[in-house]
Design a protein around this ligand. Structure first.
Ligand SMILES: NC(=O)C1=CN([C@@H]2O[C@H](COP(=O)(O)OP(=O)(O)OC[C@H]3O[C@@H](n4cnc5c(N)ncnc54)[C@H](O)[C@@H]3O)[C@@H](O)[C@H]2O)C=CC1
Ligand SMILES: CC(=O)[C@](C)(O)C(=O)O
Ligand SMILES: [Mg+2]
Ligand SMILES: [Mg+2]
Length: 347
């Protein structure tokens, strides 16, 4: 582990220098890594591991997604199987179904978790909320997680570009004495940048907070609020969208990603800097109670409950699609679609 100073706090993390790919390959050379589920994380993780030289197979039920796996180069009967067959062949079972679907498949997965095998997650959800999910792994298997901090789509894209998303890792159960080594090797294998250690509970509570908060929920809320105020005051959709979203994603966030917030500020006008420095604290103070409410709701298990209940309903896909459609068809995001179509590189 490398000791790194994160803003004055020292943390032990795993970097690719001290745990290189060759070591990860060596650690897992006798394992058959079975990626169960080919939704968003499934493709990203399995393709990265395959390209990194690991022994990977995919288990996916027949249908459109199975066909997608075929078009990604997985071969039926060789590296691509129905779920149960993959569960039987795999020694490291990567449980990458949606968290709600994991509940339904768990009794099947459990059957194939014979002593010495490993159970791998990318979320602390199933095990942490075991009272609701029923996911209680047998005691004679290793159980660990690697949670890439981002979409499986980006995990793959960044890998192809020679970059990497950071991931957390955690050990829930070490039956063989090798769980930790295996978890880290998997983290390197899926193409992580650096790896930081957590536990299942902390992973799930931070992740549920982040995605409901700044990463997805809060950002859409803030976009909508500003867009609505601009529109109500007579600004055109072009002006409102550019001033709310397009400038952020195209110009300013890449600068934040590159060198931090002060660097982004420093590349804006002194007028903008004056205003941003005056206004960020009122925005923090206004939203902090909402973040506290959110975190408490996560901690109380309410967010997990909602997720399980809603995503286990027979018509959840249609309901979800309706809500996504509402976003897509809002004026702001329709304006966004028009704005994107005018980007020079699209012509
Ligand atoms: N989506 C992402 O980028 C991220 C996901 N995660 C975690 O990774 C895990 C997998 O998530 P996603 O990739 O989003 O999953 P997903 O929602 O894309 O679903 C994955 C697969 O589940 C299959 N499936 C659904 N219901 C099924 C059932 N009843 N029986 C058999 N197969 C079924 C689908 O065919 C699909 O291939 C979850 O634990 C999630 O929290 C973690 C980080 C990011
Ligand atoms: C992409 C990711 O890490 C999320 C937002 O937590 C998720 O998709 O669950
Ligand atoms: Mg998540
Ligand atoms: Mg996440």
């Amino acid at each position: 582990m490398a000791k790194i100073n994160f803003g004055g706090v020292e943390e032990e993390v795993v970097t690719r220098e001290e745990f290189p790919l060759e070591k990860a390959r060596e650690t897992l050379k006798d394992e058959v890594i079975a990626v169960i589920g080919y939704g968003v994380q499934g493709p990203g993780q399995s393709l990265n591991m395959r390209d990194n030289g690991f022994n990977v197979i995919v288990g996916q039920r027949k249908g459109k997604t199975y066909d997608k796996a075929v078009s990604d180069g997985w071969v039926s009967g060789e590296t691509l199987f129905e779920i149960e067959e993959a569960l039987e062949k795999g020694t490291i079972i990567c449980f990458l179904l949606s968290d709600a679907a994991q509940i339904e498949l768990w009794p099947t997965v459990k059957k194939y978790l014979t002593p010495g095998k490993s159970l791998y997650f990318s979320h602390g959800f199933g095990v942490t909320y075991k009272d609701q999910t029923g996911i209680v792994p047998p005691t004679d298997v290793d159980v660990f997680l690697v949670a890439p901090k981002g979409s499986g789509t980006s995990l793959r894209r960044l890998f192809v570009e020679g970059k990497g998303l950071n991931s957390s890792f955690a050990i829930y159960q070490d039956a063989t004495g090798k769980a930790r080594e295996k978890a880290i090797a998997m983290g390197i294998g899926v193409g992580s940048g650096y790896l930081f250690e957590t536990d299942f509970y902390k992973e799930v509570t931070s992740d549920l907070t982040g995605e409901r908060g700044t990463l997805m929920g809060a950002i859409q809320g803030i976009f909508a609020a500003q867009y609505e105020v601009l529109r109500a005051n007579g600004h055109s959709p072009s002006e409102a969208f550019n001033e709310t979203v397009e400038e952020l994603t195209q110009s300013l966030m890449p600068l934040v990603a590159e060198n931090g917030m002060d660097w982004m500020y420093a590349n804006c006008s002194t007028t903008a800097q004056r205003g941003a420095l005056d206004w960020w604290k009122p925005f923090r103070d206004a939203t902090k109670p909402v973040f506290e409410q959110l975190y408490n709701s996560v901690k109380a298990g309410e967010q997990a409950n909602i997720s399980i209940t809603r995503n286990s309903q027979a018509d959840y896909r249609e309901k979800l699609e309706e809500e996504l459609k509402e976003l897509r068809e809002s004026e702001m995001w329709r304006a966004g679609s028009a704005v994107r179509s005018l980007r020079p590189e699209r012509n």
